[in-house]
Design a protein around this ligand. Structure first.
Ligand code: TYD
Ligand code: MG
Length: 452
């Protein structure tokens, strides 16, 4: 780096550094995310890193105890965390503003405070009054929950060291700042350095720390991506703003699997767990309507039944209109081309609208067969059998290919009262006989059509 340089440019989205400003970040391809920050902040960071290495150990000298995990009172949250909160761990909860991160963590505090756990909720975003108002909506709290409105990390560190709580919640990391760093709160240096301090507190004192991080597209504040590698667990809270359900997804977890999701529903008294997401997704399914097929997709290790809807009608345009909501648009076009060529449906003169009901997003190839059947059903205006579930990937020659975890998909369908399952022939052998559900193995889309 050139002598006398005093600042460096950081991408606020992914943390990419550069000595000059750039329009597009080479790291994450976002535009307009570079912000200038002072170099002396970085030197400060480096100095700390060299000071940190003091003790070295042999592997056999390290004592391990069985990790005791604290249940959060939410089975869905426990599952995503890998079985509860691990003391000394650091969890990042990311998500769009307004999705319900503060609500989720406050409700977790409620459950834990009733169990008598010592909690410290530090908010840099809301006033104590606002938290109280939210808390009143959620329910009654135990006395072991302490609140603090503070954004200065030196004060926060001191408070945590004095109070010695078991669990600390930082809402949000983008509002926290350190005095000796000149860049604004929410910049890459501030967010990284603040997280570093919290990390030391968490590991040193065995306190579980939850930090909230807003996901931002505009690059005004540093996104949670910048600190994903620092924390133990990264959870993303996502969902459609217009739909009530929310999905909590583990993206990284040093203490459990990342395949798990938790499903919640936002109600007027806070978030409620959805124990049976398939039932939830299928509620409101029309009876005897054409263009509707039930698919069984996987969300991590969890099977999820979804209704796929299609509406195919005569076009009045030169180029037919096609839309896909909740699934991949190009995939829908591809499947329609397969139907045109391999089965002989004349779809080229038809508009087609495909929708995953309930606002869920699903791009797994296993829903191909359901999309295809919904399109055929709508085209011919013949409803499909209501008690049939379908899954399978459709290839370019119209063949139906195998998918993973057929057994759990069939089991889920059985659990929800479906009596027939149309699945790829290759999967039939993998599925053990399940009482009450008939398995129909098929090899091609044409066979599926004949079956229905
Ligand atoms: P919030 O937890 O403040 O979001 P975040 O911390 O992720 O920014 O969520 C606020 C939204 O949740 C807001 O739009 C109102 C809604 N909400 C309810 O619908 N019911 C409730 O009981 C609560 C507390 C919030
Ligand atoms: Mg909030």
């Amino acid at each position: 780096m050139a002598k006398g340089r005093t600042s460096i440019f950081y991408c606020q989205n992914c943390g990419y550094e550069s000595s000059k400003w750039m329009g597009q970040c080479p790291g994450c391809r976002e535009w307009n995310t570079f912000v200038e920050e002072q170099l002396k902040d970085r030197e400060e960071l480096k100095k700390r890193e060299t000071l940190a290495r003091t003790h070295i150990y042999r592997l056999s000298e390290i004592e391990i105890q069985d990790e005791e995990r604290l249940p959060t009172g939410f089975a869905e949250l426990d599952r995503v965390l890998g079985g509860g909160i691990v003391p000394g761990s650091m969890v990042l909860v990311g998500g769009d503003p307004g999705i319900g991160k503060s609500t989720l963590l406050l409700q977790m505090c409620r459950n834990l405070s009733e169990a008598g756990r010592r909690l410290l909720y530090i908010s840099g975003e809301e006033s104590l009054k606002q938290i109280r108002l939210r808390a009143d909506r959620i329910g009654s709290f135990g006395d072991s929950l302490r609140l603090l409105c503070e954004t200065n990390l030196e004060t926060i560190e001191g408070t945590i060291r004095a109070e010695k709580p078991e669990i600390v919640i930082i809402d949000s990391i983008q509002t926290m700042y350190r005095e000796n760093i000149s860049s604004a709160p929410g910049s890459v240096s501030q967010v990284r350095e603040s997280t570093g301090i919290l990390l030391r507190i968490a590991k040193g004192m065995g306190i579980a720390v939850f930090i909230v991080g807003h996901v931002t597209k505009e690059g005004v504040v540093a996104g949670p991506r910048v600190l994903e590698h620092m924390v133990d667990t990264v959870l993303y809270f996502e969902g459609d703003r217009h739909a009530a359900y929310r999905i909590l997804r583990a993206v990284k977890n040093r203490f459990g699997s990342t395949n798990e999701i938790g499903v919640f529903e936002m109600k007027d008294r806070g978030l409620c767990e959805v124990r049976n997401p398939s039932e939830y997704m299928l509620s409101g399914k029309p009876q005897g309507a054409s263009g509707s097929a039930v698919a069984c997709a996987m969300e991590g290790t969890r099977p999820l039944l979804l209704e796929i809807q299609a509406l195919v009608c005569q076009t009045f345009f030169n180029i037919p209109r096609r839309t896909a909501a909740g699934t991949d648009f190009n995939r829908v076009n591809l499947l329609m081309a397969v139907l045109e060529k391999r089965v002989g449906l004349s779809l080229s003169s038809c508009d087609a609208y495909v929708n995953v009901a309930g606002g869920m997003k699903m791009t797994e190839p296993a829903v191909d067969l359901a999309i295809v059947l919904a399109i055929i059903s709508s085209f011919r205006d013949i409803p499909l059998d209501e008690h049939t579930v379908v899954f399978g990937e459709v290839g370019l020659s119209g063949e139906v290919r195998g998918v993973s975890m057929a057994q759990s998909r069939v089991q889920e369908a059985r659990k929800l009262g479906f009596t027939r399952c149309v699945l790829p022939q290759v999967c039939v052998d993998q599925v053990k006989e399940i009482k009450g559900i008939e398995l129909c193995g098929i090899r091609s889309v044409r066979e599926a059509m004949e079956l229905l």
